[in-house]
Design a protein around this ligand. Structure first.
Ligand code: UDX
Ligand code: ADP
Length: 461
């Protein structure tokens, strides 16, 4: 089966960049990204894309209007597609059974119902969103029960492994492409059709095919293993602070063991992002549901440690500032969950700012990419009352005005530009003692000390 027309439901951080790359690499395939969010689609069709991602503008520009289209006409896009990626959000459920752990599949279900209603002929449906194991069988059931006799479907799992901030690099030269399908002649044909799309730029040996459930589970497990490494090194950061060891030196020493490897050993104020917490919680829920409480408990600790890492950072600030931050000005540099993205989902900065505001601190904040509206919305959703946001939060467009008159400075995102700040100028602008809490180890500790700061870096004794 040759794919001529692709549609993607969901123009988010995953759907947008992934489809832009497919369009750029496969000029013979028409790629349409459909979303009901009119503002988002308008932004994809403008010069200011809704997603900040290095290199994305060029990839989109190379294909948009030729074989890459962004539209709110979801029905039209489904009707003409041979292959449909489902890349809608799957947030953690906030209500009812499985609240706080299970994935909320309502967007997946409504997408499947719409596909069933509109489709004619044969279509391949590809799960791109991260979903719990066995979701493919739910999608299949919905499709079978709601489609006409003229429609046939094959459901595949093709999880996305791109990381934000490096999405274009990850899409261009992925470590692997994973495709799961049913082990039947039509299932195999669908897997091959999708593999042929990727084979336009990804070497065949990097395209791994598995059964559906292995593919669905592998996405959760990959993220759980990565999150576990961060929680592991963060647990050691506390021990380093207590003993006088340096967590970066420990990470370098153990990372040289080829069995351990050097990546994902950077201690931080905690991991954030739309995937890690959600996927680990999803795994925990899955284990509980399948009667495996020991396995669930094991993975739950990865989240507990991450929560603790964020709260112990706040506690460190409060204790150091003579046990009170009431009315004190704390300058925060960075709000995104990592550098090179404007995404703030589950960013540790949300929780650090919430708790500092709860301690009645005044916060001055600067992030090079996150909009003031997003910051305020995140804090409101995290439970900070509107009147506190209005009175105790200042958002700046310049790091130096942010630190003016501050009792303390905390770095919460590792933006490259923070590495070249004029530290002497910052010291002169701050109140003394000039406390620094480097939650990302981006500032040079020795230089800070030499200038006169009173610095703390996570994981350094
Ligand atoms: C992650 C996975 O890496 C990706 O494969 C998957 O498709 C989606 O989830 P993402 O969340 O975009 O990607 O970014 P990632 O680079 O994994 O960082 C996640 C969080 O961990 C960030 O808050 C980052 O700052 C933190 N982190 C990462 C650390 O604290 N230390 C590290 O060593 C690495
Ligand atoms: P991700 O990070 O996984 O890409 P996002 O939340 O950024 O997730 O994007 C998911 C997008 O999916 C949102 O823009 C939302 O409007 C869209 N969406 C949800 N349901 C549907 C649907 N049935 N059809 C099309 N788009 C949908």
């Amino acid at each position: 089966m040759k794919i001529n027309s692709i549609c993607c439901l969901g123009a988010g951080y995953v759907g947008g960049p992934t489809m832009a790359m497919i369009a750029a690499k496969c000029p013979d395939i028409q790629v349409t990204v459909a979303d009901m969010n009119e503002g988002r689609i308008a932004a994809w069709n403008s010069d200011t894309l809704p997603v900040y991602e290095p290199g994305l503008d060029d990839v989109v520009a190379s294909a948009i209007g030729k074989n890459l289209h962004f539209t709110t006409d979801i029905r039209g896009a489904i009707a003409k597609a041979d292959l449909i990626f489902v890349s809608v959000g799957t947030p953690t459920k906030s209500y009812g059974i499985g609240a706080g752990r299970a994935a909320d599949l309502r967007y997946i279900e409504s997408a499947a119902r719409l596909i069933a209603e509109i489709s004619e002929g044969h279509k391949i449906i590809v799960e791109k969103s991260t979903i719990p194991v066995k979701t493919a069988s739910a999608i299949k059931t919905i499709l079978a029960a709601n489609s006409t006799e003229h429609a046939t479907f094959e459901v595949l799992s093709n999880p996305e492994f791109l990381a934000e901030g490096t999405a274009i690099e990850d899409l261009e030269t992925p470590d692997r492409i994973l495709i799961g399908g049913e082990i039947t002649p039509t299932g195999n044909a669908a897997v091959e059709a999708l593999a042929s799309v990727y084979a336009n730029w990804v070497p065949r040996e990097k395209i791994i095919t598995t059964n559906l459930w292995s593919s669905e589970l592998s996405k959760l497990v990959a993220n759980a293993f990565l999150a576990q490494r961060i929680s592991s090194i963060n647990s050691i950061s506390a021990l380093c602070e207590a003993t006088g060891a340096d967590v970066d030196e420990v990470a370098r020493a153990i990372g040289h063991d080829s069995r351990i490897g050097p990546k994902f050993l950077k201690s931080s104020v905690g991991f954030g992002g739309s995937c890690f917490q959600k996927d680990v919680l999803n795994l925990v829920y899955l284990c509980d549901s399948f009667g495996l409480p020991h396995v669930a408990e094991y993975w739950r600790q990865v989240i507990h440690l991450n929560d603790w890492q964020r709260s112990r950072f706040v506690e460190k600030i409060v204790r150091t500032l003579f046990n009170t931050v009431n009315g004190k000005r704390i300058a925060i540099l960075g709000f995104a969950f990592k550098k090179d993205t404007n995404d703030t989902r589950e960013s540790p900065a949300i929780y650090v700012c919430r708790d500092l505001l709860g301690e009645q601190a005044k916060i001055a904040l600067y992030d090079p990419q996150v909009s003031p509206e997003q910051i305020k919305q995140d804090l409101l959703e995290a439970g900070v009352p509107q009147h506190i946001i209005d009175t105790n939060l200042e958002i700046h467009t310049d790091p130096y005005s942010t630190v003016e008159g501050a009792h303390a400075l905390a770095t919460l995102t590792e933006w490259d530009e923070f590495k070249s700040l004029d530290l002497e100028r910052i010291y002169n602008l701050m109140l003394k003692p000039a406390f620094v809490f480097d939650g990302r180890a981006v500032l040079p500790m020795d230089k800070l000390k030499a200038i006169g700061f009173d610095p703390f870096t996570i994981g350094k004794g």
